[in-house]
Design a protein around this ligand. Structure first.
Ligand code: MFK
Ligand code: FAD
Length: 527
């Protein structure tokens, strides 16, 4: 009896096993380019294989060896050390070697309109085996995107340009020794959604474009990053301000290098690491800025507008994580149902189980199409080849994609655990990690309600916004129909088209409700 056991699910090549992904991306990228990106060294096929093997092993270590903070040594000497495990360090090396961030910025190969799109597929494959290293990568890419836009400005101060260029090169490097990550320090003790009202960090100038920052950042994920973008209010040190007056000063955006040349922290003191439901692999710290030297990057008072480019990028990563997690849960569940027999037949022959798996697959496919379409629009915007209409659609679609994919994941990650029965509830089935980590996706990078308001902000800025938005949805459906002839043979795929259509119609209705009644988003999709 001791040797009896159930056959556990197997994880195969996460690119080659995903037929829906392979079918859909053909609609976005010319065949020749796709073939190259699939088969080249460190390409999609190799990444799909790593995600099922060595990368997952490093992710397991990230979970088993969470970061630790040591504020002082045994003798009481302050040392402010943040220690991370082998898996976390390995993830950083891997991300550089597999060009997870850098591939979005390759120039001169004529691939620019597809570059961000193909990089999105990379991050989609990477995230479920990343041990949440996808979090620092999101902010790294977000920072790189902000810096790349600054570099386009011919009037950028020469010294600042050099700093920006050097940092950009590190953030996008494919060399593990050169690769840096970035943080995003916005949230403070009084909150994270309404940063315009809650930011209390102040900045005092000491040289041209150079400031010292003082404040308390309440949530700083990837506290081990080499650089960060941070928000603060510039004050005149010769003036006396009340707290209320400070809160009314405009916000600016700064770049901070977290360590000095001698390895000491740059005016930064860690206070504690957060104890979290999930994302326990990620060092999320509370920290004090006590004279951290920083470079002003935005025009004074334009901090929120300038950091918004970071938000656009991180929200795409958020969606990649949500949809990537959906796919991973489904891969585990489908394989398990192919192996496990109950009441005289395989699980995948029980009608109720088929129905549930189909619902999950259909949800995944709808979200995948939405994600790919949004990535394509972002790709065109970044490459500077998007029409005005496409730019509008990208801006409008970004908050919707983030809120929609994160919410839909919760259904799949919960049902997925039940599909494996009691085993699905066990830590080493790995489904609880996805369940816990996935629960943060609707909250950080802007909650669902904040995304609904952002959508409203975007749509009211555009001319004739509703028709533009409807066109966006229609386009997603039309793209889906592009693969229809292939899909029609398959009844599950037919159902996918039907239900995806229903879901998007419902989404339009929700959006109309937001616009007309100024109410907030509520989930009510009737599948
Ligand atoms: C693994 C998965 C990847 C994710 C990893 C993430 C790890 C990190 C986790 C974090 O959570 S980091 C912190 C994230 N914080 C947020 O997402 C903040 C959420 N709150 C918002 O997004 C609020 O809407 C916002 C702070 C932007 C509101 O601030 P304001 O000051 O009330 O903004 P306002 O006045 O509406 O807009 C200021 C300017 O920015 C406007 O431009 P103009 O000056 O030209 O008029 C806006 O149009 C522009 N703007 C605002 N949101 C924008 C935007 N532009 C483009 N895109 C947007 N989303
Ligand atoms: P609040 O803004 O107080 O929101 C509370 C509730 O009010 C929510 O339900 C929200 O939806 C709702 N609400 C807010 N505004 C409205 C509105 N206008 N209409 C209707 N409802 C509304 N921040 C960083 O800056 N850097 C980081 O690295 C970082 N890492 C994080 C890591 C983790 C694990 C977590 C959980 C958070 C992290 N954050 C980080 C903070 C995160 O961005 C914020 O928690 C998030 O943006 C929400 O802000 P809040 O917590 O202040 O909630």
């Amino acid at each position: 009896l001791r040797n009896l056991h159930q056959e556990g699910p197997h994880l195969g090549n996460q690119y080659l096993e995903d037929q829906a992904l392979q079918d859909y991306i053909k609609d976005f990228v010319p065949e020749k380019i796709l073939k190259t990106v699939e088969t080249q060294k460190k390409g999609l096929i190799e990444l799909g294989q790593a995600a099922a093997g060595p990368l997952q092993a490093a992710a397991d270590d990230c979970e088993l060896t969470p970061p630790r903070l040591q504020l002082a040594d045994a003798f009481g000497k302050k040392n402010n050390q943040l220690a991370v495990g082998w898996g976390w360090k390995e993830q950083k090396q891997f991300a550089a070697r597999f060009h997870v961030v850098g591939s979005a910025y390759v120039e001169g190969q004529g691939l620019e309109p597809y570059q961000r799109f193909l990089q999105s597929v990379r991050m989609f494959l990477y995230h479920p085996s990343s041990g949440m290293f996808g979090c620092p990568l999101a902010m790294t890419d977000g920072c790189a995107y902000v810096l790349s836009n600054l570099l386009k400005d011919p009037n950028l101060n020469q010294k600042v340009r050099q700093k920006v260029q050097k940092t950009f090169n590190h953030l996008t490097s494919n060399d593990p020794q050169q690769f840096w990550t970035s943080g995003q320090w916005m949230t403070e003790k009084r909150g994270g959604s309404d940063v315009g009202a809650t930011t209390e960090t102040i900045a005092i100038q000491y040289k041209e474009n150079k400031f010292k920052l003082f404040g308390y950042k309440f949530f700083t994920s990837a506290a081990d990053s080499e650089v960060t973008l941070a928000l603060a209010r510039i004050i005149d040190p010769n003036q006396n301000y009340s707290q209320d007056q400070i809160r009314k000063l405009p916000i600016s955006m700064f770049l901070i290098k977290t360590h000095k040349k001698n390895g000491e922290l740059n005016g930064i003191e860690y206070q504690s690491l957060k104890e979290k439901l999930g994302t326990r692999q990620v060092p999320t710290a509370e920290l004090i800025l006590n004279g951290a030297k920083a470079t002003l990057l935005s025009p004074p008072g334009k901090g929120v507008k300038y950091i918004a480019n970071m938000l656009q990028t991180t929200r795409l990563y958020n969606a990649a994580t949500s949809v990537g997690f959906m796919r991973r849960v489904i891969a585990v569940c489908r394989d398990y149902c192919d192996r496990r027999s109950v009441f005289g037949k395989k699980l995948n022959n029980h009608p109720m189980q088929i129905k549930l798996l189909s619902d999950m697959e259909v949800t995944y496919r709808g979200n995948l199409i939405f994600f790919l379409k949004s990535s394509q629009l972002f790709s065109k915007v970044q490459a500077g080849v998007a029409t005005q209409d496409e730019q509008n659609l990208q801006r409008i679609g970004s908050p919707l994609l983030k809120l929609f994919t994160a919410k839909e994941l919760q259904f799949i990650s919960s049902e997925g655990m039940e599909i494996l029965g009691g085993i699905g509830y066990l830590e080493n089935s790995k489904l609880p990690v996805l369940f816990r980590d996935g629960q943060v996706l609707p909250i950080w990078e802007g909650t669902t309600h904040v995304m609904a308001h952002d959508f409203h902000r975007a749509i009211t800025q555009k001319n004739n916004p509703i028709s533009s938005y409807s066109k966006y949805i229609t386009q997603i459906l039309v793209d889906n129909h592009g693969s229809r002839s292939k899909m029609e043979e398959n009844s599950r795929a037919k159902e996918a088209i039907k239900i995806t259509t229903l879901a998007y119609n419902q989404l339009i209705a929700d959006i109309n409700e937001i616009i007309n009644n100024k109410t907030i988003y509520q989930k009510k999709y009737e599948y």
